[in-house]
Design a protein around this ligand. Structure first.
Ligand SMILES: N[C@@H](CCC(=O)N[C@@H](CS)C(=O)NCC(=O)O)C(=O)O
Length: 193
């Protein structure tokens, strides 16, 4: 979504996570952390987190600014993006990964084996519900998550709500601010819906 908002054409190679392609020798050579996304630069450098990739693209292609146009806005957006990732995205992931059979002994992405902890299914869901309530309140006086302009914070929040469908969690109908914002973001070309 970040790449589409920047209007960049970057060749994409899909990695078949369901069939554990991230654990193959060929992929581990590219990224020992065994996660996607991964961005290969022209000089062969590999960036292996969405955080690093987005910072790189924002600096290389500043327009449109998605991480803030001035120092204050950059700080505000970084704060929000971290909070959304931590309280929303990772909460959904915690619930999903500790429940699904496909993640047995692989509850944490990466090269190490970790057993599922069943208690985290409900705790992650409860945290995701609290996140949605916070986001609805936060959007009461803002068009977008960081104010008047669309930013990476909207992308992270939107992908969190899409991901939440995987644990059958959707925002309650009475969260009107959240639904108004979600409809606006869904309508963007970059949402690909
Ligand atoms: N926000 C992190 C997420 C990395 C991550 O956990 N990616 C997941 C897919 S969203 C993954 O590669 N999972 C591989 C696995 O579960 O084995 C980043 O951008 O680097």
């Amino acid at each position: 979504m970040f790449i589409a908002e920047k209007n960049l054409q970057i060749p994409v190679v899909e990695v078949d996570l369901a069939n554990r392609e991230q654990h193959t020798e060929a992929f581990v050579k590219l990224n020992a952390h065994r996660t996607v996304p991964l961005l290969e630069l022209d000089d062969g450098t590999m960036l292996n987190t969405s955080n690093g990739i987005c910072h790189y693209l924002e600096t290389a292609y500043p327009e449109p600014a998605l991480m803030g146009a001035d120092a204050k806005q950059r700080g505000i957006i970084a704060d929000l993006n971290w909070r959304i990732e931590n309280d929303g995205f990772l909460a959904v992931g915690e619930s999903f990964r500790n429940r699904s059979k496909g993640f047995k002994d692989h509850a944490v992405a990466g090269p190490h084996q970790h057993a599922q902890i069943p208690e985290l299914v409900d705790r992650g869901r409860a945290r995701a519900e609290q996140f949605m309530q916070w986001l609805n309140d936060h959007l009461a006086h803002r068009e977008y998550v960081a104010g008047n302009d669309f930013s990476i914070a909207d992308i992270t929040a939107f992908t969190t709500l899409e991901f939440a469908k995987w644990i059958k969690l959707v925002p309650p109908v009475e969260y009107e601010n959240l639904h108004r914002w979600y409809a606006a973001v869904s309508a963007r070309d970059s949402a690909g819906l």
